[in-house]
Design a protein around this ligand. Sequence first.
Ligand SMILES: Cc1cc2nc3c(=O)[nH]c(=O)nc-3n(C[C@H](O)[C@H](O)[C@H](O)COP(=O)(O)OP(=O)(O)OC[C@H]3O[C@@H](n4cnc5c(N)ncnc54)[C@H](O)[C@@H]3O)c2cc1C
Length: 246
Amino acid sequence: MAIQPWRKGIVTRIQDETHNIRRFWIKVPELDRFDFIPGQFVTLDLPIHEKMNKRWRSYSIASWPDGTNVFELLIVLLDQGAGTTYLFNHVHEGSELTFRGPQGVFTLPDPIEKDLYFISTGTGIAPFRAMTHHLLNNKIPHKNIYLIFGTRTKHDLLYFDELSRLQQEIENFHYLPTLSREKWNGCCGYVHEVYENLVHQKMNGDSELPPAHFYLCGWKNMIDEAKLRITKLGYDRKAIHLELYG
Ligand SMILES: Cc1cc2nc3c(=O)[nH]c(=O)nc-3n(C[C@H](O)[C@H](O)[C@H](O)COP(=O)(O)OP(=O)(O)OC[C@H]3O[C@@H](n4cnc5c(N)ncnc54)[C@H](O)[C@@H]3O)c2cc1C
């Protein structure tokens, strides 16, 4: 895939999603439409260091290709994080950003012939939101899709109403938000138990593994643990697709 040039983006809208997560909408004035494959990311060049490669921060595109030149990012403010502190304190509606992309190979299989497990915590939900809308908009045939999103409390749920609505609209799409620090009428605990239980239920005592792709997105701890547990279930490493945020 050819490396995309650096382009100018204009921030057209910013919205708080939780106390430390914001949605940023970015317009690309030099293009009529910004095309990408859902799951891909862009890299921002932020004025936070003299050395070029220390200024770069990547973000998954949280929106889906809609024929416009606007895309959305979902970003969490990290304690002492140079890039996110800049984005939260110095970037406003109307600010200019330099970015490159789309980039990345964290994309859906084509055709989709197996169940898909989308497993994420925090802003790692971004590429899965993009993929899910894309499947719906393009009526892409698929098997079961399990979107398992782990977070602490109801306050930290991202795109909750929207994803609950998609569950009604998309056949075989199962939205499974999972809370680790609050009891509620949805899934409780950590994401790992949720996919393990699903796989076991499907096996129903059988020894044959249900065919599946596991897509993991987010931070190292969750991804390392998931890789371990999925391979322990008996799946091949090739069934696991990763987007590691750090
Ligand atoms: C392909 C890809 C896609 C990504 N997509 C997203 C996304 O959609 N949304 C998202 O929120 N993130 C995403 N990320 C992560 C993102 O690129 C950044 O790594 C993240 O925003 C942190 O950047 P930062 O500059 O704020 O933190 P950095 O300055 O790079 O710091 C990283 C960590 O080190 C800690 N740290 C920094 N300075 C210090 C210090 N002096 N002492 C102690 N600790 C320190 C910070 O607390 C932070 O935890 C993605 C990453 C990749 C690779």
